[in-house]
Design a protein around this ligand. Sequence first.
Ligand SMILES: Nc1ncnc2c1ncn2[C@@H]1O[C@H](COP(=O)(O)OP(=O)(O)OP(=O)(O)O)[C@@H](O)[C@H]1O
Length: 792
Amino acid sequence: MAKKKATKNKSPKKARNFSFKLNRQQKVVLGSFLMLFGLALLVAFISFLFNWQADQSTLSEFSNRNVEPRNWLSKFGASVSHFFIYQGFGVASFAFAFLTTLTGIYLFFGFKKAALQKFWFWGILVMIWMAVFFGFFSASNPLLGGTVGYEVNDYLQDYIGFTGTIFLLAFLLIVYLVVRLKITPEKVAVLFRRTRSEISEDFNTAHSSQNNYEPEVEPSEEKVAPLQEKSKPAPTPEREGTRKEVSEEKTAPAPLVIKSQDNPDDVEMEVSTAVEEEEEDGLSQKLVKDFGEFDPTLELKNYKFPTLELLKDYNANGGGITIDQEELEENKNRIVDTLKNYKIEIAQIKATVGPTVTLYEIIPEAGIRISKIKSLEDDIALSLAALGIRIIAPIPGKGTIGIEVPNKNSSIVSMRSVIASPRFQNAEMELPLALGKTISNETFVVDLAKMPHLLMAGATGQGKSVGLNAILTSLLYSKHPAEVKFILVDPKKVELTLFNKIERHYLAKLPDTEEAIITDNNKVINTLNSLCIEMDERYELLKNAMVRNIKEYNVKFKARKLNPEHGHKFLPYIVLVVDEFADLIMTAGKEVEAPIARLAQLARAIGIHLIIATQRPSVNVITGIIKANFPARVAFRVTSKIDSRTILDSQGADQLIGKGDMLFTQGNTLIRLQCAFVDTPEVDRITEYIGSQKAYPDAHLLPEYSGEESGTGIDIDVSERDKLFREAAEVIVIAQQGSASLLQRKLKLGYNRAGRIIDQLEAAGIVGPFEGSKARQVLVQDMAELDQLLSE
Ligand SMILES: Nc1ncnc2c1ncn2[C@@H]1O[C@H](COP(=O)(O)OP(=O)(O)OP(=O)(O)O)[C@@H](O)[C@H]1O
């Protein structure tokens, strides 16, 4: 709109009214004049350097046509040069000739004028500086500093002395280098380092004599680009200077050419439109050029990722998978015999030995019904005298039937082995999780960002907590503290405490809370609601940045295309981990279910991911709405087929053997995995290693959420008051303490009901508004006052 308006206003008619607005022809004429005039000055100045003494006597006889100066531009050249060089700025006057020529070029080609103004501003300052600098030597050669240089230098020396003048000039030089050429000590250091490495590279490759000046420029320029991409310090000042000019020259004429082709008569307004666009886009490029890409890790730039040595190597002590030929043969024979008893002939059998389970793949003879084999599950288990046999009929995508038989001696899948595996190390994922190893002993890595939430279930002691630790460890080994934040909910109070050590690196919490790890279920509600606010804020940022997800947003932010002054900031991923979800649902019910469902439905695009673990995978814990939004699920061993169905929508989890044996699904197929094992001492070492490093001043703060209870104007109908309202009021007034937990204890209420009564008491004016972690103020002093209030 604005552009259109500007374009419309600048009609050619109007433009003609302003004498300083030149049309294209005028610009070309004036440009060519200035170019040639600048070149003439250059020629005259050069000639003056050689002939100034001989020509000096001719200056006073300008009108005498018989006098012929030696200057290549005759009388004009001698006079102008004398004026600029001798009486003016000395050799620094060459800058004037250069600036004039440059102005001509800009007008001739129609480049944008903003850059030109800068050239003149800085050019004149440089000219004066050089004149004063050369003023030191004017006594031996008056051409060096010119009269201006000599006089100013002399003047300065009178007042601040020789040394003072040198200091002043040195300071001005530094100002120029820093402000104009943007040279900083860091950049010089980088230049120095790079030049050194380039020299040694050149030395190593031993380029022959072809390696003259020109080809050398190319490769070094090429090297600059990737360096900048990687947000490393900017290129050398000289190169940067030239790059800037080149880019200005390259970008500026482009619109002109297009416009002049489009509409040759109306060049002026077209050019001004183009400049507007240029500057918008140019700013981010310039910022990236000047400061490199935004680096979110800069604040903790010396942060060191935990090393592999912190993890125990279980395979070092004779661990690892051992193939027991005898056991394999025995199991094979039993499978074949059992099936034979039921008249099922086998065409082929193949075994794949995994860490805890061996998969026997069988191809039955033609004409055998798969359901028949499936129904023999218990019989096969009986004949093999083994627990945890699972029959997969057929194995998806393979056309075979799988029988999984637990190994007599299972081997531990160490966290170290999965973290060190190339699959994890080279994973190009946003949030890689090394969950464990598959039955064919391949490391299994998934991207939490793609899941986008994970539901975990398993009976007590089957490996859930180890699984959660493995997930958190994976993220600690792959993500910088600036890139991911955890919110840990641990009602058991003991499982995740170790992560307290990394509070100021990796954890997020509500403002004004002391502990980052949430152990109180009541506080979870506030955190979840605060996360919903964070989600809404992030969506707003994404909308303003016109991107669809957090990845695109952060890429744009790193490229400095989003202005932090407009509220934009680098967004870390947020991973919410709830260790005992059943407990939470029991105490807070709908109040947690609603925000969890909302987050699960909407948070995927903005980088909030939920990992929810539960011992009791019953339908009132994992409700339909939660299940629908958690397509990725992990089941450790559960106690019943019904539990298995609740979590996986199919049986199988009840046939697992425990100790980290698990089934993973992200849709249709079930994958059997042995979870990576990470022990408490290992987690302790990792968190200690991270915690001992420099941290942020505080944990990542979530948006403030004051709690719904604080809602002013709670308007509750008297008829809707709880049956226990009066008793509750009495308890509160007697104790003079307005807390829901007091009501819970005294009246044996659930948290929800107690909270509702507190709301009603607030509406009745008996207690004050919600005050964060403090109990509410009781507004009624004694029972008499309460009686009076209630009778009213
Ligand atoms: N991946 C694994 N590999 C080997 N052993 C494991 C693995 N996971 C768990 N175990 C064994 O099982 C034990 C119990 O695991 P864990 O504490 O994770 O169970 P849990 O499901 O969290 O139990 P609870 O719900 O009672 O906390 C561990 O101490 C460990 O000995």
